[in-house]
Design a protein around this ligand. Structure first.
Ligand code: SAM
Length: 196
């Protein structure tokens, strides 16, 4: 059986995040894509929350917002998504405290664009703090991390330490990723809010 497995199995962190969230997302949920990029997660979330749900999608780059918007339009779900061309550091201003079921972050840069326009530790930590504030009891936070480049390494170290600290307030936090790779491999951090 091993030999017949697709090269993307075991799943990459981005795919694993979606697989895990597919188990908790429900029709009608309010959810957030904190890094819309090319819109793969935005599209996934829009599919899952259905016509009665809403996705709030953030990105600082007009090119990313345009690409993500085009993707959900093609899928026929444009009315399910509200786009914000602004930093996820502001997401707490866009949703009520305790109203959001899921927040997804996929750190790093927009593939095919300026690699300098990458997420960075300071605004990511602000965004994560905002996410914790808007998530409802039992809500889920996912963060795909890329430690393979210098800014990424600095960022994910700060993010991992920050998320680990949430356990003191009753959160459950997990890390999933490949080991034994030549360069530090991308990994997924998942936080589950208490009270669900
Ligand atoms: C790895 S890409 C996201 C890929 C996306 N999830 C997808 O499915 O295509 C990271 C994105 O984060 C965006 N970004 C960087 N800093 C940001 C910030 N402070 N707030 C929101 N988005 C940011 C970048 O412009 C880039 O599009």
């Amino acid at each position: 059986m091993n030999g017949s497995r697709d090269v993307q199995w075991p799943p990459r962190p981005t795919a694993l995040a979606q697989q895990l969230l597919a188990e908790v997302l429900q029709e009608g949920d309010l959810v957030i894509d904190a890094t819309a990029g090319n819109g793969h997660d935005t599209e996934f979330l829009a599919a899952r929350v259905g016509a009665t749900g809403r996705v709030l999608a953030f990105d600082v780059q007009a090119a990313a917002i345009g690409a993500a918007r085009a993707r959900v339009e093609t899928a026929g779900w444009r009315e399910r998504v509200v786009f914000y061309e602004e930093s996820h550091a502001r997401l707490a201003f866009r949703a009520e405290p305790g109203s959001v079921a899921v927040v997804m972050f996929n750190l790093g840069y927009l593939p095919g664009h300026d690699h300098q326009r990458t997420t960075c530790a300071e605004s990511t930590l602000e965004g994560l703090a905002g996410a914790v504030g808007v998530l409802k009891p039992g809500g889920v936070l996912t963060v795909v991390c890329y430690p393979g480049h210098p800014e990424g390494a600095r960022e994910v170290e700060a993010v991992e330490a920050w998320l680990a600290g949430l356990t003191e307030s009753g959160w459950r936090v997990a890390r999933y990723g490949a080991i034994g790779t030549r360069r530090p491999a991308p990994f997924l951090l998942l936080g589950w809010a208490p009270g669900g």
